[in-house]
Design a protein around this ligand. Sequence first.
Ligand SMILES: [Zn+2]
Length: 396
Amino acid sequence: MIPLKPFFAVALLAAVLFIPDPSLGQSIDVAPDVASASERTPSAKLQVTDVLSARFPVVDVHTHFYVKAKHDPELLDRYVEWMNRNNIAVSVSLDAQLSPRLDSHEEYLWRKYRDRFVLFANIDFQGSGKPDEPSTWACNQDGFVPEVVARLRVEHQRGRISGLKFFKDFGLRWKNRDGSKIRIDDPRWDPIWEVCGRLHLPVLMHTADPSAFFRPIDSHNERETELRAHPDWSFFGEEFPSRPELHAARNRVIARFPGTIFIAAHLGNDGEDLKQLAGWLDEYPNLMVEISSRINELGRQPYRANEFIEKYSDRVFFGTDGPFPEERLRIYWRFLETRDEYFLYSEKSPPPQGDWRIYGLGLSPSTLEKVYSGNAVRVIPGVAARVEKYRSLSNP
Ligand SMILES: [Zn+2]
C-alpha cells in the first residue's frame, strides 16, 4: 500500500487544482502561453538605422548612480566608456542625498570623473525615524525645513550641488505625524522652493506615475503584466491621492514660486496627454520637462510628440533614468534622430513599460541640439563649463 500513497497525493492535489472555486463562481483561467505583441516578428520590411552615437554632445539630466548603481566602481568606469562612445558629455546624478551619503556620492563620481558628472541633492524626509511611526520622521520634527535650507545654502556655496531632486514618495508615500500623506503644496516646504529660486538650483520633481498605475490591475490595464510583477507600483485605491490631485498640488507650487525652475521628471508623468502637458507649459513659464523613461509614451504617438518637442524645444531636456546599457542609449538616439518605424523601445524582452513598439521622431537638428544639451547648459549650474571642456577635448 505504501507505494500508492504518492499517487493518491498527486490525484488529490490535481482534483483540488481543477475543481472550480465556488466562492469565485467560475473556474480559474490559465493564460495561454502566447508571445506578446512586441515579441512577434513584424512581416513589414522596416528601415533599421544604427545610430551608434548621438549627433550632438548630450547632457543626461536623469541618472541614478546610488539608487541603481549602488556606487559600483566597475560599472562607473564602463559607463564613462559608454559616455565617450555615445557622445554623452555630462550626466546628472540625482542621488546626492543631504546626509553623509553626499560625501560618498561625491567621492564615487568625482574622484575620477569630476568633469563628467554634476549632482542633484535629495532630502531624506524619513531620516532615522522608525518606518511605522511617522511621528518620529525627520520631516515631522521642528527645525527640519530650516536645517534643509541651511544645508542647501552650504552645499551650493561649496559647489557640490547643481539642483534638488524629489522622488515620487513625495506625495505618494511619505507621511505626516498623524499618518496622513504629506502634501506637495504644504506651506511647510515653501522655504525650500524659495531658496532654490534664490540660488538658481532647479528642482527636478517626480510626481505621480503613469496613468495605468492608478487604474485597477486587470485585463483592461495596458500595463497589466508589469503591475502584476510589481504590485507595489500600483497606486490604485483610496489610500493614495489621485493622479490629478498630485499634478494639481505640484502645479500650485510651481505657480506660487515663479522664480524657481521646476523640471517635471518623466514628462511630468503626463506623456499620455501631451495636450494637457502643453497647457501646463503655457501656463507656467518656470516649468520644464525631461523625457527619461518615457520614449515608450512619446514613440507611440510620434506625430504629436514631434510637434510637442519642436514647439517646446527650449523647455525639454534629454534624460534616460539610467545608467542604462549602451543598447538602450542607442535606442534613444534612434528614437530622437531617425524616422525608423515600429521598433522596440528597450533591449529587454518583453519590453518593460507596455507591450508595444515605437516610431522615431526625426527631430530637427536645432531642436536636437537644445534638447541634448543646450537647455541643460542654460539652466543647470556646473553643466556649461563641463560641456565646453568636453567639446574642446573632443575637437582639439
Ligand atoms: Zn529616476
